[in-house]
Design a binder for this molecule. Structure first.
Ligand code: 3PG
Ligand code: MG
Length: 366
């Protein structure tokens, strides 16, 4: 479903553009860990400024509770933006105002006041029906920026005609967060590979003991239903686990003893998952296979990242953690599409649309 693009806007020369970006970058002690989301907005910014527009960019950062909070101030982001795109303004964190997440019309009015055009390049926030995402298209001529346009093109391609076999790889901590998308993905993929913390609820559903591993007992039944659905779902046959003393690390297959906590997929599982990726036509990866920040539990995610980097399949990696893993292993340049949105990319695949996209399509001025 087509959204208006920059070319659909009236001539931006001399105009003031409200540009919604997703500069919700990972930070440690006030310093930016990864500026990918800022760099990803540059093509749109350049397109606008080259044509004589003044750009007022706006973003959320973290989850402040609707009031100014110095821990979530935009200073470091503003500084980085000034280095990369001098002359572009950046408003204060949108979520310092309770009107942003509440989608308050009065906050929308404040955002559009004095501005002539609206561009949304905040793919990572398009699944949020927040004021800055869905409000301005009702008030100003509006379009999707380049980053948003490319994300939608690639992800809609996965929905319409992916090269087969289509292999989905899901990881991350919680199965409950991803049950809806697992159901949707099973309609589309030929094989679904499950790793990360969420794998243990599937292993429990297979009748295994999972020791002290992450388990969501109230989801076991749903995982059992999925495993019995006749779809091809792969779960780890071995795991790397930490002992009750928090020191000993072992590879375990089958039941995990009491007190042991699985924190990565094991080497046999990593090879099996890598083989699926190698033989795929399309790969969608979201969520790490283990706690890869800890070198003892990084091997599974590293093996998967290598497989994604070297397969001939068309590869899409979404989610901040998987993107960070690709970057950590120096493989982020080896992916066909590194999505800037985790939740947004999964929700687009699950629902086929996002509030931010619908708002652009329904823009009165579109
Ligand atoms: C993200 O980083 O996932 C997006 O910026 C959305 O942030 P949110 O989950 O706090 O809405
Ligand atoms: Mg998120």
């Amino acid at each position: 479903m087509r959204v208006p693009t920059l070319e659909d806007l009236p001539d931006p020369a001399g105009k003031r553009v409200l540009l919604r970006v997703d500069f919700n970058v990972p930070m440690t002690n006030g310093a930016i860990d990864d500026d990918r989301r800022i760099r990803a907005a540059l093509p749109t910014i350049t397109w606008l400024t080259d044509r004589g527009a003044t750009v007022d960019a706006c973003s959320h950062l973290g989850r402040p509770q609707g009031r100014p909070d110095p821990a979530f101030a935009m200073d470091a982001v503003r500084q980085r933006l000034a280095d990369l795109a001098p002359g572009v303004n950046l408003l204060e964190n949108l979520r310092f105002d309770p009107g942003e997440t509440a989608n308050d019309p009065a906050f929308v009015e404040r955002l559009v006041e004095g501005r002539d055009l609206y561009v949304n390049d905040a793919f990572g926030a398009c699944h949020r029906a927040h004021a800055s995402v869905v409000g301005p298209p009702r008030r100003l001529p509006s379009a999707a920026g380049r980053l948003l346009g490319r994300e939608v093109e690639v992800l809609e391609g996965l929905l319409s005609g992916p090269a087969k076999p289509f292999v989905g790889v899901l990881g991350g901590a919680k199965v409950s967060d991803k049950l809806a998308v697992i159901n949707a993905l099973l309609e589309r993929v030929d094989t679904l590979v499950i790793g990360g913390g969420m794998a243990f609820t599937f292993l429990a559903a297979r009748g295994h003991e999972v020791g002290a591993s992450l388990l969501e007992p109230d989801r076991v039944e749903e995982c059992r239903r999925l495993l019995g659905s006749g779809r091809r779902i792969l779960v780890p046959a071995d795991v790397v686990a930490l002992g009750p003393d928090d020191a000993e690390v072992r590879t375990l297959a089958g039941d995990i003893p009491t007190g042991w906590k699985g924190l990565d997929i094991g080497p046999a599982s990593a090879e099996a998952f890598a083989a699926e990726v190698a033989a795929a036509g399309t790969v969608l990866w979201n969520g790490p296979m283990g706690v890869f920040e800890d070198p003892r539990f990084a091997a599974g995610t590293r093996r998967l990242a290598q497989a994604v980097a070297s397969t001939t399949a068309f590869t899409v990696v979404g989610g901040g953690d998987s993107a960070a893993a690709m970057a950590k292993f120096g493989l982020d340049g080896e992916v066909n599409h590194l999505s800037t949105g985790g939740g947004a990319s999964l929700e687009l695949i699950e629902k086929g649309d996002l509030p931010g996209l619908a708002a652009l399509r329904e823009s009165v001025h579109a």
